[in-house]
Each structure stands twice: as C-alpha cells, then as structure tokens.
Design a protein around this ligand. Sequence first.
Ligand SMILES: [Zn+2]
Length: 287
Amino acid sequence: MLVSAKEMLDKAKAGHYAVGQFNINNLEWTKAILQTAQELNSPVILGVSEGAGKYMAGYKTVVGMVNGMLEELNITVPVALHLDHGGYEACYKCIEAGFSSIMFDGSHYPIEENVAKTKELVAAAHEKGLSIEAEVGSIGGEEDGVIGMGECADPKECKMVADLGVDFLAAGIGNIHGKYPANWKGLSFETLDAIQQLTGDLPLVLHGGTGIPADMIKKAISLGVSKINVNTECQLAFAAATREYIEAGKDQQGKGYDPRKLLAPGAQAIKDTVKEKMEMFGSVGKA
Ligand SMILES: [Zn+2]
C-alpha cells in the first residue's frame, strides 16, 4: 500500500540520511526502482512529473500500475507516489487519482500567491492523508518546458512557506535540473544552513540530484536535506545501456528484438543507478 512521504522523511531527517525520489516514465522504470528498493530494504519515493503523467496515459493509470506492482511484486518497504512540480490543477487531480504525496510548485507566482495557493493545497492534501512539498526560489535548468535560473531561496520566505504546514520543502540552493554545466558554482551551503536554522526539523528537498558530487550530497544531508530527487541520471543510464545493446547488433541476433530482451539492459542500468544513489544517500536498510 502506498504511504505518504511524511513519516519516512521525518525519520530520515532525524537519522541524518536522505530518501531518494526517482522519477518514473513507464513500467520498466517503475519495476526497476521498486525491486531495487525492496532488495536494499530502503524507503523510496516514485516521482511523476505532469509530462510523465500524461505520457503514461494519465494519473489514474499510474496509480493502478504502481498499486498493482506493490501487490504482485510483494513490495513491503515504504513507497510514496509523488507528483513532481505539480501545478495547482494537477495537484487536485493527483489527490483524486490516489497519489500519496504531491508537490505544489508555486515558485513562479509572486510569494503572496504562492502562499495562498500552498495553504489551500496543504489543507486539501492533509484531509486525504497525503504529504505535500512546496518550493521556494526556482530551481535552475529545464523541467517540462519551464526554465528556472538556479537562484538561491530567501530563508525568510522559506520560513513563511514552512509555517503553512507543508511536510517538506524544496529550496533553491544553486542546484539545477538536468546535467550540470562545467562552470557550475556548486551548492550554496551558506543558504542551506540559513534555511535550516529557520525551518528547524522540517525535511528539506534537493532537486536536480544528477551529477552532484558525493561529498556535496553528504554535506547537504548533514545540513538538513532528507529527500533528493534523481531523474536525468536514470535516463542517461537507460539510454546508454540501450544504445550499447543496439550498437552491438544484439537486437538482430535470435529474438533479440523482443522488447523484454531489448529493454532489459536499460532496466538493469536503472537498477544499478538507483542502488548507487541509495547507498550514497544512506537509506539502505532504513525501511
Ligand atoms: Zn525538481
């Protein structure tokens, strides 16, 4: 059964580790991530962006697929199904469809409007037992066509949004979505520290977890980051493994064209990536 992400993230914050949010795109992705979490006895958050939800034929389809897998694959570790960077309407759709967690990304609204909408959605989510993440300060890079500048959040605004009753908070600290450019300046630990001092026990979220060096990840966890989002890295690993299979001509040998064979190396690459991240984040054995 799906669970809200609140309890697993409160435990992570208290235990000084982080839970990974791995975004899903289809059945192979979902299965690979769930199996790895179960094998490593780790809690896990499945992220679904609005674009991925549309791609997978809608939020209800996603809920049906994930719930079916939890049962048929005997997944017993805590699993949350979380809307990633949801707009106002998508949040309501996911609450209704059976998600167990949502993120309302109101970072593009003026702070007053972000606050008003977040407050309303906190009440709607909590009424149905879902956890809710909010965002302050836009996160750089591109996500579903929205390009942020990678700014650092204002700690006072973080405190204001935290006080609305959100369960965890994403704050920009120089992190960006997608691949990091060669001239990236790194995470602003000064900002993160200032945010944590004002928000206390609230779990903080680091978006754009692809390619951040392990030492920066560990330092971020020590300063209160309890949820780390990983998306691009699984996509790159899947694409590289699939390319290798095709370039080696394996799809033309025997029944190598069978999708169950063709997609297997990519699925294994996702598993390897998820395992590496769970070990780095410290969530192994914490289910
Ligand atoms: Zn994000």
